[in-house]
Design a binder for this molecule. Structure first.
Ligand SMILES: Cc1ncc(COP(=O)(O)O)c(C=O)c1O
Length: 493
C-alpha cells in the first residue's frame, strides 16, 4: 500500500503558507530580526512598527481600502464577532439584524448570541442557487434594522453574492452592511472603495498566509459611535482591538496579500478551468448535483452531491487518497447535514453525500484528473453495493432475501441467504450504509453460514457493536441490520 499523503484538495479549509510569505515572517522572529513590539519607543519598536505599517498597507491595497481602515484581528471569526457584536454594542438598545442562512457559524453564532440579548434577527433563505436576491433583502429591512451581514463568497459552495446590489439597499437606508470576505480575499478582485460596504472580514490563512491573523475593514461611515470594541486592553488598533501586534503574523498577512494581488489575474482563470475539468469528469457518473449551479462562484470551490451513495462511506472510500471536505458531520448518530446545503433546498440525504473539493495555488491538472478518477471509481463501487436486483438462485437452493431501512434513512441493507434445506450455505449483503454498518454486515455474513432458521440471528446489535468496535451512537444503524435479518426470517418459509 502506498504511504503517499492524500492529495490536498481542501484549500477552502486552509492553505499552506507560501514559501515567500514564510520567508518574510521569519525575518521578524529571531534575535537579529524585527522582533520588537511595534508600540515600543526604541529602535526595535520603530523597526517592527514600520513592518506593521507596511503590512497594513499591503492588506489595504488588495481590497482598495486606506491603511487606517484595516483593524488587525486574529482572523475572520474574530472580525465577524467584532463587526456584529461591536455594532450592536454601539447602538442604543436592542435592534434588528438581517443575515443569510448560508453564512458561516462565525456570523450565525454571534447573531444567536445577540438574539439572547434581546435583538431580533431575520435569517434569509437564498434561492436554490445559493444567491440572495436583492428583493428578498429589501423586503426584510425594517425601520429598526441596524446591520445586515451577507458573506461575499460561501465557504461550502463558493457562491458569490451581489454585494454591490445588497450593500446599496442598506446604504440607501442608513443601515450598516457587513460582508465576510474570508473566501473571497485574493480569489476575486475586491475594491471596497467603490462598494457600499461598511465592515468586511478577512483572514490570512485562506490565501497562503499564516493562521491566527485577519482583519476587519472599517469603512468611512463607521465612526467610533457605530462600532464598539469587544475586547479591552492596550488601546491598539484605534481602541477597537487591543493587544500587542504580532509583527510576524502581520508581515505574513501583508506579504500574502501582495502576492495574491500579483497572481490574482492568472490564478483565477487557471483555477476556474481546473474546477470545470473536475466537474465535467465527475458529471460522467450521472446522478450528481452541482451545488451553486447557475450562480457566480469563486474559482477554486466545487461542491458536488452524489446520488446513491452514503456520505460517510464515500468519504471513507476516498480519504486515504484525497483530502476533501464533506457536506456533513458524519461521525455522530444525529446527522449534522450542512446547514448551507439545507438552506439551498438540498435533501438531508444528498447533503450528506456531498464532497467539497477546493483547489488552490499548488493544484495541477494531473491532481484533478487523479481526484476525478478516484471519486468516479469509488462512487461506482459504492453504488454497485447498494441493494438492487439479484440474479436468480441456482437449482436446488433457495434464495431468502430480507431488507430494512431505505435510501432516505441513509442506511439501507439487504441480506441474501442461499439456503439448502434448512441451513444457510452462504450469506451475502448489499448496503447503502456507513462503513461501520457495512463492516458489521460483512462480519455477520461469515457468522450466518451453517445456521438454521431457528437460530439465525447470531446475538444482539449491542454484542455486534462490541465485537466490531462500533461506536455507541451507531447502535441505531445496527438495529436496521437486525431488522433486515428478521425480514429474512419472515420470508424464509
Ligand atoms: C466564510 C468564512 N468565515 C469565517 C471563517 C473563519 O475564519 P478564521 O479561521 O480565520 O477564524 C471561515 C473559515 O473557515 C470562512 O470560510
Amino acid at each position: 500500500m502506498s504511504s503517499a499523503p492524500p492529495l490536498y484538495l481542501d484549500y477552502a479549509a486552509t492553505t499552506p503558507v507560501d514559501p515567500a510569505v514564510a520567508g518574510a515572517m521569519a525575518e521578524c522572529l529571531g534575535r537579529d530580526g524585527d522582533f520588537g513590539n511595534p508600540a515600543s519607543q526604541h529602535a526595535y519598536g520603530a523597526r517592527a512598527s514600520q513592518r506593521a505599517a507596511r503590512a497594513r498597507a499591503q492588506v489595504a491595497a488588495l481590497v482598495g481600502a486606506a491603511p487606517e481602515q484595516i483593524i488587525f484581528t486574529s482572523g475572520a471569526t474574530e472580525s465577524d464577532n467584532l463587526a456584529l457584536l461591536g455594532a450592536a454594542r454601539a447602538s442604543a438598545g436592542p435592534r434588528h439584524l438581517v443575515t443569510l442562512r448560508t453564512e458561516h457559524k462565525a456570523v450565525l453564532d454571534p447573531c444567536r448570541h445577540l438574539e439572547r440579548q434581546g435583538c431580533s434577527v431575520t435569517y434569509l433563505t437564498p434561492a436554490r442557487s445559493g444567491v440572495l436576491e436583492p428583493a428578498v433583502l429589501a423586503a426584510a429591512l425594517r425601520a429598526d434594522t441596524l446591520l445586515v451581514s451577507v458573506m461575499y463568497a460561501n465557504n461550502e459552495t463558493g457562491v458569490l453574492q451581489d454585494i454591490a446590489a445588497l450593500g446599496s439597499l442598506c446604504r440607501a437606508r442608513g443601515i450598516l452592511f457587513h460582508t465576510d470576505c474570508a473566501q473571497a480575499l485574493g480569489k476575486v478582485p475586491l475594491n471596497l472603495a467603490s462598494l457600499p460596504v461598511d465592515l468586511a472580514s478577512f483572514t490570512a490563512h485562506k490565501l497562503y498566509g499564516p493562521k491566527g491573523i485577519g482583519a476587519l475593514y472599517v469603512g468611512e461611515g463607521v465612526r467610533g459611535r457605530a462600532l464598539q470594541p469587544v475586547l479591552f486592553g492596550g488601546g491598539q488598533e484605534r481602541g477597537l482591538r487591543p493587544g500587542t501586534l504580532p509583527t510576524h503574523q502581520l508581515v505574513g498577512f501583508g506579504a500574502a496579500c501582495e502576492l495574491a494581488g500579483h497572481l490574482l489575474q492568472e490564478e483565477g482563470p487557471r483555477l476556474t478551468l481546473l474546477r470545470e475539468r473536475l466537474w465535467h469528469a465527475l458529471a460522467t457518473l450521472g446522478g450528481v448535483h452541482l451545488n451553486g449551479a447557475g450562480a457566480p462562484r469563486v474559482p477554486g470551490i466545487l461542491s458536488v452531491s452524489f446520488e446513491g451513495v452514503e456520505g460517510e462511506s464515500l468519504l471513507a472510500a476516498v480519504q486515504d487518497r484525497l483530502a476533501v471536505s464533506t457536506g456533513a458531520a458524519c461521525n455522530s448518530a444525529v446527522r449534522d447535514a450542512s446547514h448551507v446545503l439545507h438552506a439551498m433546498g438540498r435533501s438531508a440525504r444528498l447533503a450528506e453525500s456531498t464532497l467539497r473539493f477546493s483547489l488552490g495555488r499548488f493544484s495541477s491538472e494531473s491532481e484533478v484528473d487523479l481526484a476525478a478518477a478516484t471519486v468516479v471509481r469509488e462512487v461506482r463501487r459504492l453504488r454497485s453495493m447498494a441493494p438492487g436486483q439479484e440474479p436468480p438462485p441456482a437449482p436446488g437452493v433457495t434464495l431468502v432475501s430480507g431488507e430494512a431501512g431505505g435510501p432516505e434513512q441513509g442506511t439501507w441493507i439487504r441480506f441474501h441467504l442461499i439456503v439448502r434445506g434448512d441451513t444457510v450455505k452462504e450469506a451475502r449483503f448489499k448496503a447503502l450504509a456507513c462503513p461501520h454498518t457495512v463492516d458489521t454486515a460483512a462480519w455477520l455474513c461469515a457468522q450466518l453460514a451453517g445456521r438454521r432458521s431457528a437460530d439465525l440471528i447470531p446475538g444482539t446489535p449491542a454484542e455486534w457493536a462490541a465485537a466490531r468496535a462500533v461506536p455507541v451512537e451507531k447502535l441505531g444503524r445496527l438495529l436496521i441490520v437486525e431488522d433486515a435479518l428478521r425480514d429474512c426470517l419472515t420470508r424464509w418459509h
